[in-house]
Design a protein around this ligand. Sequence first.
Ligand code: PEP
Length: 274
Amino acid sequence: LGRHSGDQRAQGFDYNGVHFGQDNLNVFAGLCAVDTREHVEQMMKALQENGQVCTRMGAYKPRTSPYAFQGHGKACLPYVFELAGKYGMRVIAMEILHESHMDEIREALEKTGHPTGVMLQIGTRNTQNFELLKAVGRQTEFPVLLKRGFGITLEESLNAAEYLASEGNTKVVFGLRGMKTNLGDPHRNFVDFAQVPTVKRLTRMPVCIDPSHSVGSRDAGPDGIPEVFQVTAEGVVAGANMILVDFHPDPATALVDGPQALLLKELPWFLEDV
Ligand code: PEP
């Protein structure tokens, strides 16, 4: 990924008709967790109406509590991929927690028969799950979004990305999603988007920002602009190449992270702002 080869030139990749590089920007707005087919359809319809071809859809959810909703897992994949085909979604960012999830995704994609692609997301809790990284790195069919670990150094997270590359998969996007602090911050995580240019300087990876998981709420400042919009702007100005952002047709009923989901009516505004 550029760290150990001495070659610092930007080098991206194309996947399913979408370019991922240090020189462009893709928005992945969507559901943090798939809950109902209706919500998936409303979300994708809104994305299509706004000219989008990428989305985020969480099927497998890494929850802090074992009693919290764990995601519908493979049960929702058939309708997620069917609707993605219907609404022209080319790439879906989807977190996996175990290497077996890759097989479930592959199987569901084949059965659905729609030309939808999946970017495998490795979340902050698994940044240093080295066996998962190696397994995901061994396949080159799916590109990977690797999020930084929320409690480890940037260097350690970049090394985690090298695990993917060293096994053969260099189609890697690096995600900044905020850091945990014990300072009682008003945000869910300390926003780290100032490091976008740093990652781009140190590696060849396109850099993603996740304003939703960084801020953790859709609260607005005194100007009425949600803080998620403000930190997104910071990330874009800093050179972000991908934005992973939570939206929901009815956040009050969302099963995961409803308080941070933006409203569908805010989608055109958000995209225009970006
Ligand atoms: C997510 O994007 O759904 C998620 C759980 O993010 P993170 O790994 O950054 O907490």
